[in-house]
Ligand binder design. Structure first.
Ligand code: KG4
Ligand code: ZN
Length: 344
């Protein structure tokens, strides 16, 4: 019988599991020390279809989940019996994909009689920074930029945060992916736009990803995306060659600069001296360089997870699992996966 009166340890061994999209990932942490992080991805297969096909993702997770957990445990040098909790993404994401990880985590937690911790994927991205700096504690400002979210957040305590600003339409990653398609780049789009941008110059006039004439922290990517599409179509209609490298580079500036500026301004205005970041777009080299530059100028401490912990991974799920574990927030065994969960 599954016992839910668990004793809380200060340095627990947590197995994290992530299967919300096309990455099957497992990671092990002890306290805030990362012991292993493994990913089996179906991205190459998905690329043939130009994006993630949910059924292919679910099948790939089913085939990979057992192996990825074994790999993570063996690299960590941890046996199943040493696991103190299992943390798993329960949303947001592709329902069938999530169910693979969630069902696996439930069976494991039940069999080992350890707590099951249900993690919101986005909270996982926000928690990645905790593994970078073991002394990191709130308050801090986070720039969150992924395929589905773009926001500036003020984390006040380990479990409470405020949304300072966000996007009115597309997320930053979504915009990168759409622009990639316009430029004829293959999936996954963001990293390919970054590669092309390195060969170009910021010479195409494009609107920034900001709501015009406002002092708010509100972003908007639809105008920028449309401007890129119109620019390319106009060139094509005139029979001119599209300077793809320059478009990629100019788009990257327009999509990134306001995010960095507003993040730093928020930290200064709120007198918070630490900035963190998370989500796939934070793997962008230009964004990382700009954040470093602006935080240094403003005298802010920047905690930036390595690129591989910005894109989807299970280390961040284990990290958020630790926060939930320490506050005794355990999930019931009948918890279901959720395709959508509001940020707050
Ligand atoms: O966090 P993530 O891996 O998945 C979600 O939770 O959405 O983010 C994926 C997004 C995609 O839109 C992808 O194009 C973007 O992050 N991305 C990048 C880069 N690497 C991933 N965007 C810009 N530059 C990159 N290097
Ligand atoms: Zn993600």
């Amino acid at each position: 019988m599954y016992n839910s009166n668990f004793k809380i340890k200060s340095d627990p061994v947590i197995l994290g599991l992530e299967s919300s999209c096309d990455e099957t990932a497992a990671a092990v942490i002890r306290g805030r020390t990362l012991l292993s992080s493994k990913i089996i991805s179906s991205a190459t297969e998905q690329a043939k279809y130009g994006g993630v096909v949910p059924e292919i993702a679910s099948r790939a997770h089913t085939e990979a989940v057992d192996e990825v957990v074994s790999l993570a445990l063996s690299e960590a040098g941890v046996t199943l019996k040493e696991i103190d909790a299992v943390a798993v993404t329960y949303g947001a994401g592709l329902l069938g994909a999530l169910l693979v990880g969630l069902s696996f985590a439930k069976s494991l937690a039940y069999t080992l009689n350890v707590p099951l911790i249900a993690v919101n994927h986005i909270r996982g991205h926000m928690a990645a920074a905790y593994l970078v700096d073991k002394d990191l504690k709130p308050p801090f400002i986070t720039l969150l930029a992924s395929g589905g979210h773009t926001a500036i957040l003020h984390t006040k305590t380990f479990t409470e945060f405020e949304i300072l600003g966000g996007t009115s339409d597309d997320a930053a990653g979504e915009a990168f992916d759409k622009v990639a398609r316009v430029l004829g780049l293959s999936y996954p789009g963001g990293v390919n736009v970054e590669r092309l941008a390195k060969e170009g110059e910021n010479s195409v006039p494009l609107p920034k990803c900001q709501v015009k004439n406002t002092q708010t922290l509100q972003f908007s990517y639809s105008g920028l995306k449309t401007a890129v599409i119109n620019y390319c179509h106009n060139k094509e209609q005139k029979g001119e060659k599209v300077d793809r490298e320059n478009v990629a580079c100019s788009f990257q500036h327009a999509a990134v600069d306001p995010l960095v500026k507003k993040t730093v301004e928020s930290a200064v205005a709120l007198n918070v001296n630490t900035v963190t970041a998370g989500g796939g777009v934070i793997a962008n080299g230009y964004l990382r360089a700009r954040l470093e530059e602006e935080c240094t100028k403003a005298g802010l401490k920047l905690i930036l997870p390595e690129k591989k912990y910005c894109t989807d991974n299970a280390a961040m799920i284990a990290a958020e699992g630790l926060i939930q574990y320490l506050s005794g927030n355990f999930a019931p065994m009948d918890i279901n996966a959720r395709a959508q969960i509001p940020l707050k």
